[in-house]
Design a protein around this ligand. Structure first.
Ligand SMILES: Nc1ncnc2c1ncn2[C@@H]1O[C@H](COP(=O)(O)OP(=O)(O)O)[C@@H](O)[C@H]1O
Ligand SMILES: [Mg+2]
Length: 367
């Protein structure tokens, strides 16, 4: 993941930036005192659920959104202090792509890519040559004279990327650019972005609500909630050891465990467990994934484990394991087994236990 192009010099420096909207007469802090430094050559992800303030935050980077407070510095220039013409020039060095491509449907692919160059003092042949070169860079050299309607979603996004690069930007902001694409096309586009980062030294700010996207291309990540950055750092470090429940949610849903838990909880068969059965959700990291804990349960305590769901999420060099099991056995041995798991660093959550007379309370041993 090491990239020669990345330096430790911030190309984007947001200091104490806030954006307050008036919403039904009440102030809404869409962005709330955010400090954000992004180094030149980095691929920096910003993840958060819808409404977290991600789009508003990145729109302050080119002042499409004026902050209510705080300072925006890009390439060592305080953008708020620039004259209108200098700001226009600075904005040209910040390209943007979106979920809905925003292409001009009445113009050819080539014309779409040429479009940002129309206001530039260059002649048509050079303009077209530049646009053609960019289309080649994104793999669309055979589609110059096609119209956007004739293209797939992935191809449309490639046109949008070529257009965003027309002015040789230093920074590319991608706001949910892959959210409307299927998983295979998403990977192709992310790979293209990574290539552009490496070959052009392009700094990429990538907004998404999907952890998979962050994991596959970003080096750093900030987790955003209610206008604030609640956690940030190296992608592998943040996601292998999440400090905030929201970050943990992203990790769980990336491992498909959130969906599996919901399905299992909704299964009526599992609502009627026998007295000697426990429905458990086990989460473990690192070392514990390598140990044969399940067979230990059988050997030591004669417990039977029926595995309903299993997955291991790899994050950098770390791995996080998930198991949903029905554990069956003697009451005392069930408690012993759960204790063994706890002692080995497995987080055990009791989802359901057999409801018959005199339900014993295992809560003391589970977290
Ligand atoms: N122009 C606006 N006027 C009023 N409220 C806005 C405006 N733009 C965004 N918001 C509100 O600000 C919050 C953050 O929005 P947004 O930045 O779009 O979040 P995200 O991109 O993370 O989904 C939301 O509550 C949204 O409704
Ligand atoms: Mg948004």
């Amino acid at each position: 993941m090491f990239n020669m192009a990345e330096s430790t010099h911030p190309i984007i420096n947001l200091q104490n930036v806030s954006v307050t909207f008036q919403s039904n007469g009440k102030p809404l802090n869409a962005v709330d005192k955010v400090d954000l430094q992004i180094n030149r050559g980095d691929i920096y992800g910003i993840i958060g659920y819808s409404g977290a303030g991600k789009s508003t935050l990145v729109r302050t980077i080119n002042l499409l959104q004026q902050p209510t407070a705080g300072t925006v510095t890009v390439s060592n220039q305080n953008l708020q202090a620039l004259s209108e013409s200098k700001l226009r020039a600075a904005r040209k060095k910040i390209g943007m792509i979106f979920q809905h491509f925003n292409l001009l449907n009445s113009r050819t692919v080539l014309n779409n890519v040429e479009y940002p160059l129309l206001s530039q003092p260059i002649h048509k042949p050079q303009r077209q040559a530049k646009a053609k070169k960019l289309l080649e860079l994104v793999g669309l050299q055979d589609f110059e004279y096609a119209y956007p309607d004739q293209l797939s979603g992935g191809q449309k996004q490639r046109v949008a990327i070529a257009r965003a690069l027309a002015n040789d930007p230093d920074i590319l902001i991608s706001d949910e650019a892959t959210s409307a694409l299927d998983p295979k096309t998403t990977n192709d586009i992310l790979k293209l972005l990574k290539d552009l980062n490496e070959t052009l030294g392009l700094t990429i700010v990538l907004i998404t609500h999907e952890m998979q996207v962050i994991k596959s291309v970003c080096r750093h990540v900030a987790v955003m909630d209610q206008g604030k950055i609640i956690e940030r750092g190296d992608v592998a470090e943040v996601f292998s050891n999440p400090q905030q429940p929201l970050t943990q949610n992203f990790v769980d849903s990336s491992a498909n465990v959130t969906e599996a838990l919901a399905q299992i909880k909704a299964d009526p068969g599992l609502q009627n467990l026998a007295k000697n059965e426990r429905l458990l959700f086990l989460k473990f990291r690192g070392q514990a994934t390598k140990q044969s804990l399940i067979s230990d349960l059988t050997e030591l305590y004669h417990l039977k484990a029926n595995i309903l769901f299993a997955n291991i999420e790899k994050i950098g060099t770390a791995s996080i394991g998930y198991l949903i099991i029905v554990l069956t056995g003697e009451t005392r041995q069930l408690a012993n087994g759960i204790n063994l798991l706890n002692r080995n660093g497995v987080r055990v959550q009791l989802i359901a236990s057999g409801k018959k007379e005199g339900v014993e309370n295992d809560q003391a041993t589970v977290s």
